[in-house]
Design a protein around this ligand. Structure first.
Ligand code: NAP
Length: 273
């Protein structure tokens, strides 16, 4: 079984990005809007600040109170849209209940939409004319490219239909000629689909959701899930899937490092215009 080592790819990519940013003297500034004090968001934002800094990108974190009114957030996004010193804008999910992530993300100008969530960028992806695509989706595609795993003609099951992972990932993989089944919380007998799949991608946030009885021999597993069990970071796959996998992303060290890397790649693309 081959471990799909996102950390190793990230280290190689960071070197490349650092060089590009230095050589082309790119002055890149990322604005991150974080609302509330969610512990996962704190970790995500902290990591984004650390890794962007490593390649010479500046970040401005706007940490706002949990009870923030939607209009205040809209005002901030508009200000950042109009601020020529800002290269990219990111709204960190999850958001407090009174705020609509989709609505807020779609207010970001296409030219500053670092996570590819504006209507135009999502439609371009749907239309097979990809522009900026969501960082986690792009990170998964990069893993396939790096390990020379072709998805064309493959039977791929994605579990999770969120706007940031499952849905855009389905579009991206359809663009690459894979056959996609998209499962979610209302899907009955998920194992009926996963057991037929060449590639299983889980983006749910449920530890041990996928076990070895649910997958076929030599399947390829991409674990997007982030869960804390007794203080330990784990994904959605049970440990025992290793017995059947041909390739597998670890958690931590698989998809997570790729998401950060693609954030940087998207920022470079936005800066270059
Ligand atoms: P989300 O918006 O909460 O979506 C979760 C999806 O899982 C929904 O479509 C939901 O179905 C489905 N689901 C929930 N319980 C299920 C079950 N028992 N069986 C099948 N499907 C089920 O989450 P997200 O933002 O996409 O994130 C998903 C996971 O990936 C989280 O653990 C998150 O932390 C992680 N994540 C990791 C990275 C990374 O870089 N590694 C990046 C983004 C997210 P319904 O639509 O029916 O509710």
């Amino acid at each position: 079984m081959t471990i799909l080592d996102g950390k190793k790819i990230r280290e190689e990519l960071l070197e490349k990005y650092k060089e590009i940013i230095q050589e082309q003297d790119l002055n890149i500034v990322l604005a991150i809007i974080q609302i509330g004090d969610n512990s996962s968001s704190n970790t995500y934002v902290k990591n984004k600040v650390i890794y962007t800094k490593k390649v010479g990108i500046k970040t401005k974190v706007f940490k706002l109170p949990e009870n923030l009114d939607e209009n205040e957030c809209i005002t901030l996004i508009n200000q950042l849209n109009n601020d020529s010193t800002i290269t990219g804008i990111l709204v960190q999910s999850p958001l407090p209940k009174q705020l609509d992530f989709k609505k807020l993300s779609r207010l970001i100008l296409d030219s500053k939409d670092v996570d590819g969530l504006s209507k135009n960028n999502l439609f371009a992806l749907r239309d097979n004319k990809e522009k900026i695509i969501p960082c986690t989706v792009k990170g998964i595609l990069k893993i396939f490219d790096y390990y020379e795993i072709s998805v064309e003609g493959k039977n791929i099951v994605i579990i999770g239909r969120s706007d940031i992972v499952g849905r855009p990932l389905a579009d991206a993989l359809i663009n690459r000629n894979a056959t996609i089944t998209l499962c979610h919380s209302k899907t009955k007998n998920i194992e009926m689909y996963t057991s037929q799949a060449d590639i299983v991608i889980s983006a749910v946030g449920h530890p041990n959701l996928i076990t070895k009885d649910m997958v076929k021999d030599q399947f390829i597993g991409i674990d997007v899930g982030i869960n804390y069990v007794d203080g330990k970071l784990v994904g959605d796959f049970h440990e025992n899937v290793k017995e059947k996998a041909s390739y597998l992303t670890p958690v931590p060290g698989g998809v997570g490092p790729m998401t950060i890397s693609m954030l940087i790649e998207n920022l470079i693309e936005l800066k270059r215009g």
